[in-house]
Design a binder for this molecule. Structure first.
Ligand code: MEV
Length: 437
């Protein structure tokens, strides 16, 4: 039975590992060696990683792959992707090449506004709160002058503060809805600092304000935090071509286009399909978000909220076939940064941003949207033609071979053999046993 620990964070890395070994890993052979195997030999690089989070005991590697040939607004990109799932990078690369030969991706940023809220309790008369807010609004703005000095110098900062009455949703619930432009920064820290300063000013001003003094019903600040729902920070990516350009092998272009359009329509009609459809999109999006040091949980939460903005969870992509022109597009909210945070700390993130030719946040939004659209196109193309397993299992073959510790020459032979035979764990294991005997 493991026992509780106090002062864990004060222990050294070795002490933390020893504690874990004694408490939870007694039966795992070579656990200490496995954990230390992933430490970086460069002490300063390891120290950098240790400090990203708390209680670090080792590093958890994910592969960083490249999907080349993304033609986006006539510029060619090789997109870095960090992901553990086989087939994803190959699928993105195939879709990128396919569309590069058909004009590439056309992308545009629709809007870049971010937002945050100061949540309030107020059970008095609405008019006194409205009067108070109108009166102190300039003071609220003034109070963040220092916090937003640098941001305003560069052309960003607070855009507006609005008092919202949300009492129909919840008794006594009001909020200060604040909108921001954060330029190339994701802006979470900036927005939260502004909101907390606004909240403090609001609280202090309310205490001294006569309209509440008579009734003793003061507005109360519950909390202040940015929102990861950013439907005003929107990007669009599109591909389109004449159906004749969709003809592949023995597939007719019009039939193929109709199948894709239908598969997207199904993901608009049926949430069960929409979730998997969008999961495939997020394979591409998250991989680029991770490679570029952005917050994939924030992006995930915001994107899925957007997918259900009309009350039902739906596809993030859209497709049409009109006058023999096939169009396929995505519109998603993405609050990204290319400066600050991990972008300046993680050596691999710096490299990823270099590979992407030092994008601005707006450019990164467009690259990420194109990656998501490409991923969805690749998935749908397989699904409505040969099915997903064919390609998947080929990629999966390497994982199985690695797990069975196949040698390079065994791998070469297995790849040839399984080109014509169905891949499964048992089939690969049997094949290797046969080969080894
Ligand atoms: C697998 O990671 C993603 C897919 O399931 C996406 C889809 O079904 O559209 C293939």
């Amino acid at each position: 039975m493991p026992s509780p620990v106090s002062g864990f964070s004060k222990k050294t890395k070795e002490e933390k590992i020893d504690w874990l070994l004694a408490q939870y890993l007694q039966e795992v052979p070579n656990a200490k060696e496995t954990l230390s195997q992933y430490w970086n030999t460069d002490a300063s690089l390891q120290a950098l990683h240790d400090d990203f989070i708390e209680n670090t005991i080792t590093n958890y590697y994910l592969p960083l792959g490249i999907a080349p040939n993304f033609l986006i607004n006539d510029r060619l990109f090789a997109i870095p992707m960090v992901i553990e799932e086989s087939s994803v990078v190959a699928a993105a690369s195939n879709a990128a090449k396919f569309w590069m030969e058909r004009g590439g991706f056309k992308t545009k940023v629709i809007s870049t506004q971010k937002n945050g809220q100061v949540y309030l309790n107020f059970f008095g008369k609405k008019e006194s709160l409205t009067t108070f807010f109108t009166e102190i609004k300039p003071k609220l703005v003034e109070s963040i002058e220092q916090v937003q000095k640098n941001m305003t110098k560069r052309g960003g900062g607070l855009i507006a503060i609005e008092l919202k009455d949300c009492t129909e949703a919840l008794g006594g619930f009001y909020q200060l809805h604040c909108t921001f432009e954060t330029l190339d920064a994701m802006g979470a820290n900036f927005i939260n600092s502004c909101l907390e300063t606004i909240a403090t000013t609001f609280k202090n001003e309310a205490k001294a304000h006569q309209s509440f003094g008579q009734t003793h019903q003061y507005p109360e600040v519950v909390m202040s935090i940015l929102s990861n729902f950013v439907p005003e920070c929107l990007v669009r990516a599109e591909v389109s071509c004449h159906v004749s350009e969709l003809e592949q092998n023995d597939i007719d272009g019009t039939d193929f286009a109709k199948k894709i359009v239908r598969s997207v329509a199904i993901a608009h009609a049926e949430p069960r399909r929409a979730v998997t459809h969008n999961k495939g999109i997020m394979n591409g999006i998250d991989a680029v978000i991770l490679a570029t040091g952005n917050d994939f949980r924030a992006v995930e939460a915001g994107v899925h909220a957007y997918a259900s903005k009309n009350g039902q969870y739906k596809s993030l992509t859209h497709a049409s076939l009109e006058n023999d022109i096939f169009s396929f597009w995505i519109e998603i909210p993405l609050a990204l940064g290319t400066v600050g945070g991990l972008t300046t700390l993680h050596p691999l993130v710096k490299i990823a941003l270099e590979i992407l030719q030092k994008p601005t946040a707006k450019e990164l939004m467009q690259i990420v949207a194109a990656a998501g659209l490409a991923q969805n196109f690749a998935a749908l193309r397989s699904l409505v033609t040969v099915g997903i397993q064919k390609g998947h299992m080929k990629m999966h073959l390497m994982n199985i071979l690695n797990s069975l510790e196949a040698s390079p020459s065994e791998k070469d032979k297995a790849v040839i053999h399984f080109d014509k035979n169905a891949v499964s764990h048992t089939a690969v294991a049997t094949y290797l046993t046969h080969l080894r005997s």
